[in-house]
Design a protein around this ligand. Structure first.
Ligand code: AMP
Length: 284
């Protein structure tokens, strides 16, 4: 396994061992890897000469300092898991000072409104942090393709916009959501759930699946009410938001248009652990 902690060492290794024509697949992560991450890595391995996985808990995308402090970190186990997938994977695990060339500070981005919906509303500055760290990581790795999970669908849309705005020669690849057997989407944060929260966490997927089933037969208002009711007075989960939105602008849908693709999104708290999930409604 090749693990690098500085941009310089990473770039030296790549230029020494690969030609400029070799395709580089890149999977950015915050570590605490699980099979959801590995599904992205496997796809990248299938489609590229070499794969770089970054492991970096990015301080500028956290608006809540206790969430940042409590974010699980397990570099050794992460490297072990990646090694099992393929020994030639390159791991890039920089310090914040190395990646940011000093103190981590966010740049400001205009993602044409995508950044102000949902996660952007509830996590102010989040997508500036995401845009900043990905710009730095893309400069360091210089990937041909970058792989992102639909688990963070809004992030995927923001990354596509970032690449478009900055005219970067990078193909952005969206990957399916990988779920636990009960339907709960794999997330590094699941490690912080109690056993009961983790098994009852199927509720998130059950609710989204019900919305998908009823989409087109019930109005957006009725679907909203149904979801709010499912979480009302729930002993384990508190709904932060539920939204149905067209994937083109991610704005809250009011009236459903025939020619648009829609998804349903939610964010839920289990005590202080925040979980997000989403589902495609009128397409697969
Ligand atoms: P994170 O480490 O949470 O920042 O995630 C790194 C990448 O893995 C992001 O592109 C996520 O969308 C993706 N990812 C996380 N969980 C899943 C999952 N359950 N299924 C598919 N992709 C995922």
């Amino acid at each position: 396994m090749h693990v690098f902690n500085t941009k310089k060492d990473l770039q030296n290794y790549i230029t020494k061992n690969y030609s400029p024509n070799d395709s580089i697949g890149f999977v950015p992560t915050m570590g605490a890897l699980h099979v959801g991450h590995i599904s992205l890595v496997k796809r990248a391995l299938n489609e590229n000469k070499v794969v770089v996985v970054s492991i970096f808990v990015n301080p500028t995308q956290f608006n809540n300092s206790s969430d940042l402090e409590n974010y699980p970190r397990s570099l050794e186990a992460d490297v072990f898991l990646l090694e099992k997938a393929n020994k030639n994977i390159i791991v890039f695990a920089p310090s914040a000072t190395d990646l940011y060339n000093g103190k981590p500070v966010s740049r400001n981005y205009d993602f044409q409104g995508l950044e102000n919906q949902m996660e952007g509303k509830f996590r102010p500055g989040h997508f500036d942090g995401v845009g900043t760290v990905l710009t730095l990581l893309f400069e360091a790795v210089k990937p041909t393709s970058a792989y992102f999970g639909e688990k963070d669908f809004q992030q995927l849309q923001v990354v596509e916009k970032l690449v478009e705005i900055q005219q970067l020669p990078i193909k952005v690849v969206g990957c399916d959501i990988y779920r636990e057997a009960n339907g709960l989407a794999f997330s590094s944060r699941n490690e912080r759930l109690t056993l009961e929260q983790r098994s009852e966490g199927k509720l998130l997927f059950d609710v989204l699946s019900k919305v998908k089933e009823l989409f087109g037969t019930k109005s957006v208002v009725e679907l909203n009410e149904m979801v709010i009711q499912k979480f009302e007075n729930h002993p384990l989960f508190e709904l932060e938001y539920f939204e149905i939105a067209a994937i083109s602008d991610l704005k809250t849908a009011v009236k459903i248009q025939e020619n648009q693709k829609y998804r349903a999104f939610l964010a839920v708290f289990a005590d202080e652990v925040r979980l997000i999930d989403n589902i495609a409604l009128n397409y697969n």
